[in-house]
Design a protein around this ligand. Structure first.
Ligand code: ADP
Length: 158
């Protein structure tokens, strides 16, 4: 079974990566896909985010990285993904994720949304927190892979 893990990943964090590693042990193949139009303005380009995820997942042979425009369910259908993976960190994620899962179900019944509960040590972690700390010059080495830390430093030096 192929699972699709869609998201903004702006940038990928150790929380995302933990979820990807765990999913790679559950599914035959995991497609991590950067949403091109997620409705959020982004710090990194789609190509940069894709490259960051690829580098972070080189040790996982059944994980592939892609990007998509348009509806998640359409991308899932085109790639034969029967599972849409999402992460749940706290109660605050629940309402939004529930709404999205229900809505996706109205668009397609071919894919089921499956939630993985975040590892406790990353339950506070979000890409926006990482961007904010990096913008203020704080340390993020405990929150993102080393190459992403470098990209962040470079991005905010400019
Ligand atoms: P989106 O804009 O689609 O919410 P994100 O990149 O913010 O994209 O998140 C993608 C998915 O990863 C979401 O399901 C989110 O709940 C999950 N996620 C985000 N941060 C973490 C984390 N620290 N641990 C586990 N899952 C996470």
């Amino acid at each position: 079974m192929i699972a699709l893990y869609p998201g903004s990943f702006d940038p990928i964090t150790l929380g995302h990566l933990d979820l990807i590693e765990r999913a790679s042990r559950l599914y035959e193949r995991v497609i991590v896909a950067v949403a091109i139009d997620s409705g959020k303005s982004s710090l990194f380009s789609v190509a940069q985010r894709q490259a960051q995820i690829e580098k972070a997942t080189v040790h996982l042979p059944n994980v592939v990285v892609d990007s998509f425009d348009g509806l998640t369910v359409e991308f899932a259908r085109a790639h034969d993904c029967r599972v849409l993976l999402r992460g749940l960190r706290a109660v605050s994620d629940f309402e939004y994720e529930l709404q999205m899962a229900q809505t996706n179900r109205t668009l397609s019944e071919a894919a089921e949304t499956v939630f993985l509960v975040t590892a406790a040590e990353y339950s506070f972690l979000s890409s926006s927190t990482v961007r904010q700390i990096a913008r203020l010059g704080g340390p993020v080495s405990h929150l993102v892979p080393p190459h992403v830390e470098r990209d962040l430093r470079e991005q905010f030096r400019e």
